[in-house]
Each structure stands twice: as C-alpha cells, then as structure tokens.
Ligand binder design. Structure first.
Ligand SMILES: [Ca+2]
Ligand SMILES: [Ca+2]
Length: 324
C-alpha cells in the first residue's frame, strides 16, 4: 500500500462513517461555466474555488441545481458535453471534465498518465504529466473511469476529476486513498455505477451527484488482507482487489461488494511486485505492478502471464467499462 505524506492533514474534512462533502472547499453546487479557475477563496489552501470570473449558478444553502440542469438525471445533459448532469462534476462547463476513450487501458505513474492498447504486445504511450491548474500538486495513487468516460483520480487523499486527453485534474473532495474503481451499474446501485475505494482495510463507497461527493464506509476487509493498489470487476462480475500477503507476493482476492466480506483468493501475482493497477478488458484481467510489469491473470486458474513492460512503473490503471 502506498503511504504518501501520511501526516498530511485532511484538507476538506476527514471522512467519517457517513459524510457528505460538497465540492472541496466550495459551496454545495458551486458550478462554473467556461474556462478559468484559481484559488480565489482567500484561504490559500490551493484548492480550486470560484474565481469570480464565472457565474455561480447554484446555491449552497438551498441545494438548488443549476438552471436547466437536473443533478439526479442520468439522461439530461445541460452543457451538452456527453456526460449527464448527475455524472458531470462540472455540469455547466462544456469543456470539463472530458471523456475517456473506450478502446485503451489508462495507466499512470505518480506523475504521468499514459495509455496502452490491450494487444498481445502492448506499448505504453504517454498522454501527459498530471497537472493541477486550480489545485495543490498531488501524486496520483489510482484512477477510475465511469460508464460515461469520466476519469477520476486519487491523489494525497483528495478525489479529482481529470481530463483523460490532457491529464489536467481538479480537486473535488477529501476521500481516503488508495484503491479506486467504479463498480458496474446494478452492483451496489440499480440506477448507476458506483465509485468505491479501499483505503487500508476500509471498503468505502463514494456517491457522486454532479459536483457533490458523499463518502460511506461499507465495512472492513478482514485481516490479513488490505489494499495493495487497485480494485476491478472481472468479466464474470466478481469484484476483486489486490492485497499484500505474508509471502511478499500480492494476492488478487474476490469480495462481496455489499459488505466487504472476502470470498477468497483468485490468484497469486507470481513474478510481479506490488500490483497497484488492475483492469478488466474483453474478458481478461490485466495486472500492472510498481516495477513496470504488465501481465494478465486467468480469473479461473489464477495463471499469470507477463505480456509487456512500462519503464515508469505503474501506480494504477483503469479502462472504460464498455471495454470489459
Ligand atoms: Ca454534461
Ligand atoms: Ca461538463
């Protein structure tokens, strides 16, 4: 498990068992249209806040949605960017957050976002270094992509929305690190896919409503298992996570997403070192380790086959759910 700045204080309120967090440092529905940004909140926390250049179209006290937007709708899209209002962290900003491609696996190191085509001899192609134009710098510990292609990134216990084509990221809320994934529609919510994180042993769901973020701890993963670095859903609908083990070799385990109860071991990540990235692609489970190994694991036999290498090493991975 990656421990980054462990003494760093939570910046937007610590996560409790149930905690509603507005967009980090912002009012509940502080929505901007057009470009701009900057920390104009006067508190010098480095977090993105309303900079005076955009109209505020929501109201923190009345929880009003921006005009023409419906933050409970997965079909209405008031800014026309292809991301429905409920799933759009910037529901009145046509230019943010951008959408991920459906045909590649996104991978990253602490500092750089890359992609690779899921082929027999994959080549890692750099997209860009992560940048935080409105916010404090973060090392990125994991990424996840929702069914509309919105890419989220965890960095220094802060959830960001990022543009997959530029790797620009904007802080949304404090969220415990360090594994991040979307569970498919119907797994925890019949109306939406659900963002989850495994922070140490805390199995946690993150509900998103436009720019609003609510964090709920579901349960604890039983010892000796804990987060190594990622979560994904296999083609046969198992929720799996990577965990350190006593042997020093990571395990891939299945768990009950409704409770966090561990079902059992899928396989041992033999030959790999710290599996911090996983992605499910066309029926195969892809593993990415800290050293840079790219491998596939058979979700039935647990057999691991190394298929490639990335020079930067991997801190996380995700692919569009339609690629599963
Ligand atoms: Ca939208
Ligand atoms: Ca938008």
């Amino acid at each position: 498990m990656r421990e980054l700045n462990p003494r760093r204080p939570a910046r937007c309120g610590a996560a409790a068992s149930v905690l509603l967090i507005a967009a980090c440092g912002r009012s509940d529905v502080l929505v901007a249209t057009g470009g701009g940004g900057g920390d104009a909140g006067g508190d010098a926390d480095g977090l993105g806040e309303y900079d005076g250049g955009w109209p505020i179209t929501g109201d923190a006290d009345t929880d009003e949605d921006p005009p023409e937007c419906d933050l409970d709708s997965h079909s209405s899209d008031c800014d026309g960017d292809g991301v429905p209002d409920a799933d759009d962290p910037f529901p009145t900003d046509t230019y943010r957050p951008g959408r991920a491609r459906e045909d590649v696996i996104y991978v990253h190191s602490a500092f750089t976002l890359s992609s690779l085509a899921p082929e027999s001899a994959p080549i890692v192609e750099t997209i860009a270094d992560f940048s935080f134009p409105d916010d404090a710098f973060s090392q990125v510990t994991d990424i996840a992509i929702d069914r509309f292609g919105v890419l989220y990134a965890l960095g220094s216990d802060v959830l960001h929305a990022c543009d997959p084509s530029t790797a620009q990221c904007w802080a949304l809320a404090s969220v415990p690190s360090n594994s991040l994934a979307f569970l498919p529609l119907g797994t925890l919510d019949n109306d939406d896919d659900t963002l989850v994180t495994l922070a140490g042993s805390a199995w946690t769901r993150i509900d998103l409503r436009g720019p609003e973020v609510a964090v709920t701890v579901i349960g604890e993963i039983e010892a000796p298992y804990s987060s190594s670095g990622d979560i994904t859903t296999t083609s046969d609908d198992l929720t799996v996570f990577s965990s350190p083990s006593a042997t020093g070799v990571d395990l891939v385990l299945a768990l009950d997403p409704a409770t966090g109860t561990v079902f059992g071991v899928i396989g041992l990540a033999s030959g790999l070192s710290n599996v911090w990235g996983m992605a499910s692609v066309r029926g195969a489970l892809w593993l990415f380790d800290q050293v840079g190994n790219i491998a596939t694991m058979d979700s039935i036999s647990g057999e691991v086959v190394v298929v490639g290498f990335g020079l930067d090493g991997f801190w996380g991975a995700a692919s569009h759910p339609d690629l599963r």
